[in-house]
Design a protein around this ligand. Structure first.
Ligand code: PLP
Length: 452
């Protein structure tokens, strides 16, 4: 930090403050973690200075031999860890990984047949008329994904994201009585809508998905089956999710982030079956800017860590801790979406405390408990204010907390929410103006949170 402080002390101060904040608070954001020093150091070095557009052994720049080494290592570790035929380590984020996957499917299933029909090798050789037809066809494809309020992600075809502008989208939700995915309903929707891509994966669904069943549905309607395992990749890597619940053998294409339960650097990755490999490898420069070699080095290190036997133990403890948190909250009278959890996250419906998600998020933050608000299925407060709080255990598990501590955390959350009074506006802003939290409680909870 001294080196940085000599150039821009405010940046050094912010980095130091971030370390302090992350140590002092209870990090319960389900998509966050603590990367190891080896991962962090692999990111802060001279690999950052290298341009390497293209892919391993086929670059648009000279002198990429060391980048080739780290990218190949990241891909090799990913293939071995997940049992995937092909891995692509370049995506800069989860959104980018999904874009690469969407384009690979479009290229494979729409563009390649059009080129074949026109008997040309590349799009530049198409006549104006055929090019026009192909673009129209590319823009005319359908995607079926999980609805946002059931826990799906914005990149699964929703209008505020580019995926919703690329595809005609329809979504499947969850059963309003159980909160669980109803596979018969997914099948009905798929048969009626006939999507090119069926997407499974979520940001806020606290249960397992049967990927074997989803693949059967995709096959019945001729869809490419894509899984976005961004949230639960660590549980797949740690062999907690196996058989029908392991997406990789069932999906044609699987995307992930590397920084959530997988505990690597911020970034993304694509795994796929051989028939999509060529198109996936064209991710840069098709939809990605030049690769980040330093981040790929950190991905290789994180994946090597995840191949160690103790990562399996870590992944199991994430789930045990989430269950302890869910049970602790339920025992104290809280209402959980689906009544519990099978994975790394818990979705707490805070309406029984008389709060919106936004008010609950603010009150918890004041007490040193960092969470994020999240819509619950059919949320009456919409996606901005919400009625839920999403809680995840990957980060606290990395810090060494166990089931007894997670039960204590449940108690702290319940205390804070029970002591918070909604403010004067029905859906107030995340400040003291929107809710009233007894300061003595905030101080006590924040001290206990720091002690944990
Ligand atoms: N996919 C899912 C399921 C996610 O939960 C997220 C992020 O929260 C993403 C994709 C996007 O990841 P990133 O923020 O790295 O672009």
């Amino acid at each position: 930090l001294d080196v940085i402080a000599r150039v821009e002390p405010r940046v050094a101060a912010a980095i130091g403050a971030e370390l302090h904040d992350q140590r002092e608070s209870l990090k319960l954001i389900a998509s966050e973690n603590y990367a190891s020093p080896a991962v962090l150091l692999a990111m802060g070095n001279w690999l950052s200075d290298k341009y390497a557009e293209g892919t391993i052994g086929r670059r648009f720049y000279a002198g990429c031999q060391n980048v080739d080494t780290v990218e190949a290592l990241a891909a090799e570790h990913a293939r071995e860890l997940f049992g995937a035929p092909h891995a692509y380590a370049q995506p800069h984020s989860g959104i980018d990984a999904n874009l690469v996957a969407f384009w690979a499917v479009l290229a494979n299933r729409v563009e390649a047949p059009a080129l074949e029909k026109a008997q040309v090798r590349q799009v530049n050789d198409l006549s104006e008329q055929d090019w026009f037809e192909l673009r129209r066809e590319l823009g005319n494809q359908r995607m079926l994904g999980m609805s946002l309020d059931a826990g799906g992600h914005l990149t699964h075809g929703f209008r505020p994201n580019i995926s919703g502008k690329m595809f005609d989208q329809r979504s499947y939700g969850t059963d309003p009585r159980t909160g669980l995915i109803d596979y018969d309903e997914v099948r009905r929707a798929a048969q009626e809508f006939r999507p090119l891509i069926l997407v499974a994966g979520y940001s806020a669904y606290p249960r397992l998905i049967n990927f074997a069943t989803m693949r059967e549905i995709a096959d019945e309607v001729g869809a490419t089956f894509m899984v976005d395992m961004a949230h639960f990749a660590g549980l797949v890597a740690g062999k907690v999710l196996t058989g029908d619940y392991d997406p990789v053998p069932h999906a044609h294409i699987t995307t992930t982030t590397t920084h959530k339960s997988l505990r690597g650097p911020r970034g993304g990755m694509v795994l796929c079956q051989p028939e999509l490999a060529d198109q996936v490898d064209r991710g840069c420069p098709m939809v990605l800017g030049g690769p980040l070699p330093h981040v790929m080095a950190a991905k290789a290190v994180a994946l090597a860590e995840a191949r160690q036997p103790d990562f399996r133990d870590y992944a199991q403890r994430i789930v045990d801790n989430a269950k302890a948190l869910a049970e602790g909250l339920t025992r104290r009278g809280a209402k959980l979406v689906t009544g519990g959890t099978d994975n790394h996250l818990v979705l707490l419906d805070v309406s029984s405390y008389g709060l919106t998600g936004r008010q609950a998020e603010a009150a918890l933050l004041e007490s040193g408990i960092v969470t994020n608000r999240n819509a619950v299925p059919q949320d009456p407060n919409g996606a901005w204010y919400t009625s839920g709080i999403r809680l995840g255990t990957p980060a606290l598990t990395t810090r060494g907390l166990g089931t007894a501590e997670l039960d204590e955390v449940a108690g702290l959350i319940d205390t804070v929410l029970a002591q918070t009074k909604p403010g004067t506006t029905k859906q107030g802003a995340p400040s003291k103006a929107s809710h009233v939290l007894d300061e003595a409680v905030a101080t006590r909870v924040s001290q206990q949170a720091a002690d944990l």
